[in-house]
Design a binder for this molecule. Structure first.
Ligand code: ADP
Ligand code: MG
Length: 262
């Protein structure tokens, strides 16, 4: 026995391998008037995790993403922390938060009157104060990474939906976010373009990006997901690994939902 061998009563050796919590939601509720869209959400996403959020239409998936990105406020009494810091109310802190939390929406939301490369450089230049030439170099590297560098000088409308969505991913990455939120990133795409976007997301997951992904793409969930969070009527009903969720869902509403989409 060496001196470092822990006695059986010692707490488990932690910390060197413990991942820090990047996203923490405690008692998060959200009302729109009298309608409750989020019901007592408690959720911790550690660094590097890919969490798949799944559930029927209207279950609160987008609202969850939007509260994490502070596009929606939450009811008093709850807290959301990003990398340990509570969400700021407004002002400069909010701009920094938005830089830390990248978001990709169903509709690509590119700036229609800016070129592809300008779409990617705008945030770093305006929010992060990065020099134009450097922002440009970084944007080109990102566009290369998502496979649309050839289109850099074009306008968004000249690109296919799949290409535009890959630009939207590059634009979010340009802010060097700590976590990326994807809200049904492929559901507005023509079927033949879904895979090219999922491929970029799988690559990102493998590179260790912390991701919250609202999607019904089972192949992606199984390939890249570490965890599946099933929501219904504003609440988290199941929170498990992808294999368990798809093979052996526990909650009756999860079974019912999977029965409809699979
Ligand atoms: P999902 O993304 O799972 O389809 P959402 O988060 O978009 O669901 O919506 C959850 C519920 O909250 C829905 O019933 C929706 O109508 C409601 N909701 C979302 N945003 C608003 C809003 N701004 N005002 C009122 N109700 C809203
Ligand atoms: Mg939604």
């Amino acid at each position: 026995m060496t001196q470092s061998t822990p006695a059986p009563t010692d707490p488990p050796a932690a910390d060197s391998t413990a991942k820090r919590a990047l996203v923490e939601l405690d008692n998060v509720n959200k009302h729109f008037g009298s309608f409750q869209a989020l019901k007592d959400i408690n959720l911790t996403i550690p660094e590097g995790q890919v969490a798949i959020v799944i559930g029927p239409s209207g279950s609160g998936k987008s609202t969850l993403c939007r509260t994490i990105n502070r596009l929606e406020t939450i009811d008093a009494g709850g807290t959301i922390r990003i990398d340990g810091k509570p969400l700021p109310a407004e002002g400069k802190g909010l701009a920094q938060l938005r830089a830390d939390v990248g978001m990709v929406f169903q509709s690509f939301n590119l700036f229609a009157h800016k070129s592809i490369v300008e779409n990617v450089t705008l945030g770093p230049i305006k929010v992060k104060g990065i020099k134009k030439s450097q922002a440009n170099d970084e944007a080109m590297a990102l566009l290369e990474r998502v496979g649309v560098a050839q289109q850099a000088k074009k306008m968004p409308a000249q690109l296919s939906g799949g290409q535009q969505q890959r630009v939207a991913i590059a634009r979010a990455l340009a802010m060097r976010p700590k976590v990326m939120l994807f809200d049904e990133p492929t559901s507005a795409l023509d079927p033949e373009m879904v895979q090219e976007v999922l491929d970029v997301m799988v690559q990102l997951a493998h590179e260790g990006m912390t991701m919250v992904v609202v999607t019904h793409e089972m192949g992606f969930a199984r390939k890249a997901g570490d965890r599946v969070i099933f929501m219904d009527q504003g609440a988290i009903l199941e929170d498990t690994d992808p294999e368990s969720f798809f093979m052996n869902p526990q909650h009756p509403r999860a079974k019912d939902f999977l029965g409809k989409i699979l």
